[in-house]
Design a protein around this ligand. Structure first.
Ligand code: C2O
Ligand code: CU
Ligand code: CU
Length: 506
């Protein structure tokens, strides 16, 4: 197993970031492994680690999941879910839960048209699944909470990725009520589907950036969620890129790089900005835009979202740049505001060798508008007392249409190939990233201060942020029959039932 990310983390280092107000205090009364119930009442204060994880290491490339198949067009591999002990803080041992002993999990890198067969071996002490976030896989292969893999058991996931599905996806566990914990202990990985006719010139170097959150207590353990975490969503005291704390990426003056960025955190909003530079957006969750959108000073990446951006190093200034997450107020359930402070994610150092920028084609993708909807749905996100009673935080439930999740209930029905318009209305005081399984949708409009603004370009997404007291409208078509999940991707909210079941009928 490749442990180089953790070896980089485990050596002694310099200053560390301590971020956000969610970063303080892990519950000292830690429930047994496998329990999702938070301690009742206010958690006892626990010292949070201040011993640094090494910063300034060269950015590690993600370890790839090797293809065991010799047959062209077929990808076969095994993912082992299980605990892995690593040293992150000197003199301590940290138990992470991992795929193939790696944080993040290994990169899955395939082509459109490929048939993928991945065997999951569950060596955790609780049930798990692998969910292929954003990919158009059949419902029974999608790792839904209704299809758990028991501890000690294994199963095969098998699907074929259609032509046209090239994009930046990811995989993570999705077991009933246990997703948040399995992800914050380390289980998530990037899943890239490539096109054999990718219009982005191969001369543009690609960098893959998986952003995750880690909360470590001073004794090196990863604490369980506090009551506050169950309300607002957990944020860590380290924000890692490819499992590293503030690593360094190098770029040549004048060079363009393609960065695919995944927000694999449970609840942290990343308002991304690169000091001294703008970014060109070329793709979102489910693939490339019709044409590049240049000149962006910042990009908001909510939990579970991905972007594909081009960064071009200046030829003149040659000062190092920092990829930052700027302050963002996502609201909260309590009296404490949730505006974060600026965080450094990654340093970009210039080399001395100038490179000529590679031009991007004016047209990247032929995204067609999904067309005129013939059905409309309206979903309301809220918090309060729902049919499911108290949330796990012991205070409020997180609801969709006034209900908490029931795996045996069908909440919504759609017809295969029917064009629908969904309006997601957020009546709560905090943002919720809304995610729908099984397909990619096209955002039509979003409100700002209650006034609708048309989306400026067509983009394929499977997750969209719905800010507090605002709404988002999107068009969507489901292509396969079966049950699909939709939910808030703040994983603590999902686990507490901010999720519903859509049944797609033929
Ligand atoms: Cu990434 Cu249903 O989740
Ligand atoms: Cu998903
Ligand atoms: Cu939420």
């Amino acid at each position: 197993m490749d442990r180089r990310h953790f070896i980089a983390l485990g050596t002694a280092g310099t200053a560390v970031l301590l971020t956000g107000c969610g970063g303080g205090g892990g519950g000292a009364s830690t429930p047994a492994v496998g329990s999702v119930l938070p301690p009742t009442g206010a958690p006892p204060p626990t010292a949070v680690a201040t011993t640094p994880l090494t910063t300034g290491q060269p950015l590690a490339a993600l370890a790839s999941l090797a293809n065991a198949s010799g047959t062209p067009g077929t990808f076969e591999a095994t993912l082992v879910a299980g605990p892995t002990n690593v040293t992150l803080l000197p003199g301590t041992s940290t138990e992470c839960w991992t795929y193939n002993s790696l944080v993040p999990g290994p990169l899955i890198d395939v082509f459109e048209g490929d048939t993928v067969r991945i065997r999951l071996e569950n060596r955790l002490s609780q049930q798990t699944t692998v969910h292929w976030h954003g990919l158009p896989v059949p419902p029974d292969q999608d790792g839904n909470p209704m299809d758990p893999v028991a501890p000690g058991a294994s199963r095969l996931y098998e699907f074929t990725l259609p032509v046209g599905s090239a994009g930046t996806y990811w995989y993570h566990p999705h077991p009933h009520e246990l997703t948040a914990e399995q992800v914050f202990r380390g289980m998530a990985g990037l899943f890239i589907v490539r096109s054999r006719t990718d219009p982005v010139p191969a001369a543009i170097e690609e960098k893959l950036l998986v952003v995750s959150d880690l909360r470590l207590a001073a004794d090196g353990t990863i604490p369980s969620n506090t009551a506050m975490d169950w309300q607002n969503g957990r944020e860590g005291n380290y924000v890692l890129v490819n499992g590293q704390n503030q690593p360094v990426l190098t770029i040549n003056p004048g060079q363009s790089q393609r960065w695919r960025i995944l927000n694999a955190t449970n609840a942290r909003y990343l308002r991304l900005a690169l000091t001294g530079h703008t970014m060109t957006l070329i793709g979102t969750d489910g693939g490339l835009l019709r044409s590049p959108v240049p000149g962006l000073d910042e990009i908001l990446l909510a939990p579970a979202e991905r972007v594909d951006v081009i960064v071009t190093a200046s030829l003149s200034s040659r000062a190092s740049a920092v990829l930052q997450a700027l302050p963002y107020d996502r609201g909260s359930m309590g009296m404490m505001g949730f505006a974060s402070s600026t965080i450094s994610l990654l340093t970009v150092n210039y080399t001395s060798a100038a490179t000529t920028a590679v031009a991007l084609p004016g047209t990247l993708n032929s995204i067609a508008d999904l067309g005129i909807p013939t059905k409309a749905k309206r979903l309301v996100l809220s918090s309060g007392m729902g049919m499911g009673g108290m949330g796990m935080g012991g205070m409020m439930g997180f609801l969709i249409d006034g209900k908490t999740f029931d795996p045996s209930r069908v909440d919504l029905t759609s017809r295969v190939n029917e064009i629908e318009q969904w309006t997601i209305e957020n009546r709560s005081s905090m943002d919720h990233p809304f995610h729908l399984h099984g397909t990619q949708f096209q955002v039509v409009s979003r409100t700002h201060g209650g006034a609708a603004t048309a989306e400026p370009y067509l983009a394929w997404r499977d997750t969209v942020n719905v800010p507090a007291f605002e709404s988002v409208v999107f068009k969507v078509v489901q292509r396969q029959p079966g049950k699909r999940m939709y939910h808030c991707h703040i994983l603590e909210h999902e686990d507490q039932g901010m999720m519903g079941v859509l049944e797609v009928v033929a």
